[in-house]
Design a protein around this ligand. Structure first.
Ligand code: HEM
Length: 354
């Protein structure tokens, strides 16, 4: 699956997303479900080779499962269960997460069965087709079994939907809070992308301000503060300490993304963190929302494409305002607490630019 193809799949999703935003006619609406739907559809397109209509009952069920599971996974009881499974089983809530994951597996199994029926080696349209082809050509390979296929797909949904959609929602909230930054992004879009033309991944190179804003959204939003916990595979010596083999380690991403020695104004939303004196984009070593090392996010390049194409496409079409009666000072940037840091519930007005 080439890079271009993934780009086209995201662009395909941008159009219905824009139509959905338009349908609110500038009136306040909640972006939560629709953003999850658009981002999930990109994953569906990559995995199943097809996107779903937003009002498809089967798709709506999938979105409900994914949204509910992420919400539950961030509750204190389920987080306790993850860290102390033996003493926490009596709290009960993890049963609901398990039930949701079972529902997700059932949805995926159904789609796999369907894909198996219509499988054609000359028409490979997504991850499942590619996996089935691998099964055909490597019958002795024990890793490419159906169970692994289901859980790989569960992983992609779990890791690749809420993360990206939450970041995009932070982006819109921050643009409402900082209209002068929103305006500068829109000016850059107007300079480099013709009206009526879709943004492309290649535009990123010519749009340093937009790139800086997207990076700063990710730094500031810090959506996975505790990263994912890891275990030392052997005794590790670090800064004079020995961390024994088998110790659970929580790499605290906040300590890097808000490090006072690395960022001029760590607690302020400031795109200049990623711009030099000439307005050129500069990479920063302390920018690691995708973590680092060999277990770093495998979806980083997909996520970066989605963030750029969706964010740019939406700002090209709309200007975001807080609902009537809400001033920019009223916009609360404190996150809701959970496994991922999500924006607090809020409404958005999207006014057409042309
Ligand atoms: C803004 C969006 C995203 C952010 C901030 C993000 C962040 C992360 C982080 C912090 C990790 C943990 C890395 C570690 O264990 O050290 C991770 C893992 C992972 N991510 Fe992402 N991610 C994003 C989007 C995606 C997307 C779009 C996909 C793919 C569809 C994806 C797939 C994965 C997978 C499969 C893992 C587990 C990797 C492994 O342990 O082998 N992520 N991500």
């Amino acid at each position: 699956m080439g890079k271009k193809t993934v780009e086209a799949r995201i662009q395909d999703e941008l159009f219905p997303l824009i139509e959905n935003f338009k349908s609110h006619n500038g009136k306040p609406f909640d972006t939560n479900v629709i953003m999850n739907s658009a981002v999930s559809n990109v994953i569906c397109s990559i995995i199943f080779g097809k996107r779903f209509e937003y009002d498809d009952p089967e798709f709506k069920k999938l979105i409900r499962i994914v949204t509910k599971t992420t919400k539950l996974a961030g509750t204190p009881k389920v987080m306790m269960f993850n860290y102390f499974p033996r003493i926490s089983t009596f709290l009960g809530l993890h049963n609901k997460v398990e039930q949701n994951i079972n529902d997700l597996c059932e949805f995926i199994s159904k789609r796999i069965k369907y894909k198996k029926k219509e499988f054609d080696t000359n028409a490979i349209s997504g991850y499942i087709d590619a996996y089935l082809m691998k099964q055909e050509s490597a019958k002795v390979e024990k890793y490419f079994d159906d169970e692994n296929m289901i859980y790989s797909v569960v992983d992609l949904f779990g890791a690749g939907t809420e993360t990206t959609s939450t970041t995009l929602r932070w982006g819109i909230l921050l643009m409402m809070k900082y209209p002068e930054i929103q305006k500068k992004v829109q000016e850059e879009i107007r300079t480099h992308i013709k009206q009526g033309q879709m943004p492309t991944v290649d535009d990123r190179r010519n749009m340093p301000y937009t790139e800086a804003v997207i990076h700063e959204i990710q730094r500031f939003a810090n959506i996975i503060p505790l990263n994912v916990s890891h275990t030392t595979p052997s005794d590790v010596y670090f800064r004079g300490y020995c961390i024994p083999k088998g110790t659970e380690v929580i790499p605290f991403l906040t300590s890097v993304l808000y490090d006072k020695t690395q960022w001029k104004t760590p607690y302020e939303f400031n795109p200049n963190h990623f711009l030099d004196a000439n307005g050129k984009f500069v990479k920063q070593n302390a920018f690691m929302p995708f973590s680092a090392g060999r277990r770093a996010c495998v979806g980083e390049s997909l996520a970066r494409m989605e963030l750029f194409l969706f964010f740019t496409g939406l700002l090209q079409t709309f200007t975001f305002y807080p609902p009537p009666g809400v001033s920019r000072e009223d916009i609360n940037l404190k996150p809701g607490i959970g496994f991922t840091l999500v924006p607090l519930p809020h409404l958005v007005c999207a006014k057409l630019n042309y």
